[in-house]
Write a protein that binds this ligand. Sequence first.
Ligand code: SGN
Ligand code: CA
Length: 514
Amino acid sequence: MKLLSLLCMMFSLYGFAQRPNVIYIMSDDHDAQAISAYDKSLLQTPSIDRIAREGIRFTRCFVGNSICSPARATLLTGQHSHKNGVKDNYTRFDSSRLTLPKRLQQAGYETALIGKWHLHSYPTGFDYWKILPGQGLYFDPRFINMQGDTITINGYATDVTTDEAISWLKQRRNSKPFVLLLHYKAPHRNFIPSLKYLEQFHTKTFAEPATLYADTAGRGSAWRMQTMSILRNMKLCSDLKVDPAYLQGDAENKPDEGEIAYYHATMNRIAEPDRSHIKAIYAERGKLLQQARPRGNELLKLKYQWYMQDYLACVASIDENVGRLLHYLDGSGLANNTAVMYTSDQGFYLGENGWFDKRFMYDVSMQTPLLMRWPHHIKPATTSNALVQNIDFAPTILNITGSPIPENMQGKSLVPLITGKKTDLKRPYLYYHYYEFPQDHTVLPHLGIRGERYKLIYFYTVKEWELYDLQTDPQEQKNLINSSQHQSLVNQLKKELQKLRDEYDDHEPAGDLH
Ligand code: SGN
Ligand code: CA
């Protein structure tokens, strides 16, 4: 390995640099607000921030369908959901498609995928892969390897997934450049931190978002129907790990058998002595509930804090592991010629509107973090406010590797933005289409466009439109669709929406949208 690094360094010194490598890191449900490069109010993420400090941070990166499998299919194809066939989490990805990794292989790259996959078919186009089945497990995760065997690797998923990535990098023997997709399972629900970070976070108190206690009065059907409420839908036992023993005498909060079984199964995966320590911390939550019997907003107040403690502790593990990976790149001589991207499959509600989960076209869940470092190509500490979208990721990776971008990819390369050649992509509106209903949180299907200032949304199964002015109302609390001053804008935006539907060739629902 030492010899290999020495050779790499000699090649770059003498200008025989190989084509660049790319490491694409994608966490699951990691909201930008939980990255200190975006927002310092919740936690510090020094290692993820380092990518931005030495590279670029996108402040307006969005997805086209804010949910897991569709985002992953978009990464592979550079296409919106209606084109790549994966509109929801239950659809199998057609693995015979000519995807990003296959195109990279054709271009002479070595390709690898480690971590969450969630596309139901086996991965194709990767020289190496090791995936977490389904959503994956936090403790002692199971992986499916290329032989089709399911193996258990002891440890905490975020640590283990990073170990696997570093050992793949270490054992590489060929001289090809590589693209590695590293997909963390964390911080997906049910949020189960490692003891180290639970100990750090369980005593912290976090500022409440302004809309934590928002209610549904005066809101549209989709808002009223969603089941993303921390108060009503986040479960005490399975989500917040309150020991069911403490809830037995509380008729209103008594967990059902399924939840109790889930709680025990989850805890039993944690090896001792950590399990006992973790359970002791969570027992405190149970004791508090047993004594205080909080209801309504008082209960929400507690649930929100516990949610944040667990979610952010999961994020802290990711940050530590991103640090480990960057450190390995530094030490191995790979850092100089490797572009590193950090993103998530979409944003996530951290209590705004009283919610968790994603799905909605509102900015909280439509936005996704995007940070990139590529030494000698990206000026350190650059910020881009350009409207970019996850359909752009595949074209960007192809462009970095010097490979052609095929016609059927609907996104654009971000390389002109990251290298400072351009400041925007001449694409005034981004397209969005969400489908999955009623699973898992009864969010009605909708589509729409997002521009610099305005967002138009159409919940077509109930024929309800929404318009938001993101400049005066960034939290999207005031639907302006019936405002008389905005009617000509509404008509113009409807035309823009139709234009984008034609351009992207999306004809569902059929006919004109009224
Ligand atoms: C699970 C979660 C849901 C979540 C979906 C999809 N429930 O079903 O809250 O929306 O995954 O998530 S849980 O009780 O199992 O945590 S996604 O990231 O795969 O889209
Ligand atoms: Ca997700």
